[in-house]
Design a protein around this ligand. Structure first.
Ligand SMILES: C[S@@+](CC[C@H](N)C(=O)[O-])C[C@H]1O[C@@H](n2cnc3c(N)ncnc32)[C@H](O)[C@@H]1O
Length: 214
């Protein structure tokens, strides 16, 4: 994990300039996401990167806490929010695993292109469940490389050791779905444009406490 912030800091400017890979898919995800938002809501985004999604949805909710481990990503996000005159986003430099907020603080948590980058995905999912109000939603989009390039699990550690890659985890969409269910959610919406594209999941936090992961 130690090198991940450095990796994201190094590529932040390039990441900011990179066009969205699949605009229709992103727009569909955004429009589905928006149906889960309302003006009274408090939202958390984990791994907000350069802030694009948070800035788009900010007018629809009362407040967004947007966190990321990369200070360079957050600098770009802050500048973008300022130029868009968006004032209800607080950008925070922290790891999701170190983020300290009261349980049930949020109505919605977003995790766009980040679950595969987490050191301990299931522990982070448990934190997300804790941070959400019962009945709240966790909205995520995740490349599940286990479905279409499982061999990457052997390449990733080498790339990480060489500093060419951040922490990357390879899992299948079925494994991700199972992990989300085990963290105390039910699946409300599931969509994937095609097998090698990110899986978009809207998961609803159950009203009772989750059973711990085995
Ligand atoms: C692929 S980018 C996605 C950024 C943004 N969500 C988007 O969709 O464009 C992943 C982001 O997650 C951040 N990140 C990686 N691991 C993290 C962690 N453990 N806690 C918080 N942020 C993390 C990285 O710094 C990076 O900005």
């Amino acid at each position: 994990m130690a090198h991940s912030p450095q990796f994201w800091n190094r590529i932040a400017q390039r990441y900011a300039k990179k066009p969205i890979e699949d605009v229709p898919a992103y727009e569909k995800k955004l429009s589905v996401m928006m149906t889960y938002l309302a003006p009274h809501m408090k939202v958390l985004e984990i791994g907000c990167g350069t802030g694009s999604t948070a800035i788009q949805i900010a007018p629809l909710v009362t407040h967004i806490d947007a966190l990321d481990i990369s200070s360079e990503m957050l600098d770009i996000a802050t500048a973008r929010a300022q130029s868009a005159e968006v004032q209800n986003i607080q950008f925070l430099e922290t790891d999701i695993d170190r983020f300290d907020a009261a349980p049930q603080s949020y109505d919605v948590v977003l995790g766009m292109s980040v679950l595969h980058l987490l050191e301990a995905r299931d522990r982070s999912l448990a934190s997300v469940a804790q941070l959400l109000k019962p009945g709240g939603y966790f909205i995520s989009s995740t490349p599940c490389m286990g479905d279409f390039m499982a061999y990457f699990r052997y390449i990733a550690p080498v790339g990480q050791r060489l500093g060419l890659l951040p922490t990357v985890r390879v899992f299948t969409s079925a494994e991700l779905e199972q992990a989300i269910l085990l963290s105390g959610f039910s699946i409300d919406y599931y969509w994937r444009p095609s097998k090698n594209k990110s899986v978009f999941i809207v998961a609803k936090r159950k009203y009772r406490e989750p059973t711990p992961h085995q």
